[in-house]
Design a protein around this ligand. Structure first.
Ligand SMILES: [Zn+2]
Length: 436
């Protein structure tokens, strides 16, 4: 008698993923299996290939889900998003500094109430899943209990979430400030509770240099040294006002990045949001350190912060992920974010191919988060985190995709016309986590 086979599910559809950075590997990095199938067992991709071959090898005893003409793509990686800012999305305002004071800080102060934080965690994670993001790098609030609520909710959903309690001890309302010692102690305790538990990870999260004292940035550096597996996330060079404020706060630093460097915060596990106004020297040092940046086009356009220089990132070999940056970002949709990234690149006089945009939203994000061995493509052995994208979600999308010339053209139409309506299903570790 043979041993019982592990329960397997076969997903049939149009498989699409990007195997490497198309800027380096060329357009062949975009892979499509028009009538393909993904075999999933115990939350992991067991096999992939053309449907006839997969059916012959694996169909016996497996359940088959036929997604028809829909795309099956790796779950998106949202590399920069703020958990406490769901309710400030689409708030009319001015630039970054005003926007923080008027909308963001009051909204974040409400997260002192753990019940509010728990309720908002469910709403926040629902939005990620509705938009096909199966992994995210998240700023929580300054409150340890709110950060616990976010981690607990993500753990219950088996989501691959990396998050951190925000550290800030100045230039913000007193109710939102901690201090260097408290932020160190609470962050260390959160790392112990959550880092490496299930699919969760921790990111040390100083908000940005202006809102952290030198003592607090030293504490952040100590956390990174003492906990080698954790990430560092913060903001860098978003607006000219902010850069001026940081220069006044840290007069000895030669530039903005130097503030982080001298506190031990720049390395291969660091993800910097925005990076809009960097000098060539700063780009060079980011590349040499192996650090990553999160390109957040909807936020940069909304706040009028600036236009990300993707060409400079490529020149200096800096890994680029995509982030929604909700609530300054205007959509949780990584499809919409890809479309806006294209427009920003055009305003810079450059180009962003559909494959390239899709790379930044999937494998590029996985690389930035140090997770490329477990997510980002539809390779056997990786986590079964994927989205089912419906190219007929709206009449216009159906019409446009029906006339598409190739898979790149389909992805481009989805990026420009698509949003959460195009995400038919989101699968997390092999389980259905969202269905439209
Ligand atoms: Zn942000």
């Amino acid at each position: 008698m043979s041993a019982p086979l592990t329960a397997r599910t076969i997903h049939r559809g149009r498989l699409v993923d990007v195997l490497d950075d198309p800027a380096v590997a060329g357009p062949g990095a975009l892979r499509c299996e028009p009538d393909g199938a993904l075999v999933v067992a115990e939350g992991v991709i067991l096999a992939r290939g053309p449907w006839p071959a997969i059916a012959a090898m694996h169909a016996e005893g497996a359940s088959v889900i036929d997604h028809g003409a829909a795309l099956i793509a790796p779950g998106f990686v949202d590399a920069h998003v703020h958990f406490p800012q769901v309710d400030v999305i689409a708030s009319h305002g001015k630039g970054l500094m005003d926007w923080l004071e008027t909308y963001t800080f009051p909204a974040e102060a409400a997260f002192a109430d753990p019940a509010h934080a728990a309720a908002m965690a469910a709403i926040f994670l629902d939005e990620l899943l509705r938009n096909g993001a199966t992994t995210a790098l998240v700023f929580a609030s300054v409150h340890a209990a709110a950060t616990d609520a976010l981690f607990a909710a993500a753990h219950a959903r088996a989501l691959r979430l990396i998050a951190g309690k925000v550290m800030l001890d100045r230039h913000a309302p007193a109710a939102l400030c901690d201090d260097a010692e408290t932020s160190h102690r609470e962050s260390a305790a959160l790392i112990t509770r959550w880092h490496g538990r299930g699919r969760l990870g921790y990111a040390v999260t100083p908000r940005f240099a202006h809102t952290s004292s030198p003592a607090q940035l030293r504490a952040a550096g100590a956390l990174l040294r003492d906990h080698p597996g954790v990430l560092l996330q913060t903001h860098l060079s978003e607006t000219m006002d902010e850069i001026g404020a940081v220069a006044a706060d840290y007069p000895d630093a030669c530039d903005y990045l130097d503030v982080y460097e001298r506190h031990g915060l720049v390395g291969p596990r660091s993800v910097f949001a925005h990076a809009l106004h960097l000098s060539a020297a700063e780009w060079g040092r980011l590349g040499a350190a192996g650090a990553s940046v999160a390109f957040c086009p909807t936020s940069n356009l909304f706040l009028g912060s600036g236009l990300f220089d993707l060409a400079a990132a490529r020149r200096h070999d800096v890994t680029v992920a995509l982030g929604t940056d909700v609530g300054a970002g205007t959509s949780f949709s990584m499809l919409a974010t890809m479309g806006e990234a294209y427009k920003v690149t055009r305003l810079r006089g450059g180009d962003l191919s559909p494959a390239q945009a899709f790379y930044h939203a999937t494998l590029g994000g996985a690389r930035a988060l140090g997770l490329a061995d477990v997510i980002g493509t539809l390779e056997p052995g990786k986590d079964a985190d994927f989205v089912v994208l419906d190219t007929t979600a709206t009449p216009l999308l159906a019409r446009r995709c029906g006339a598409a010339t190739d898979i790149g053209d389909v992805l481009f139409a989805l990026a420009v016309l698509g949003d959460d309506r195009a995400v038919a299903q989101t699968w997390v570790a092999g389980a259905l986590a969202h269905a439209r």
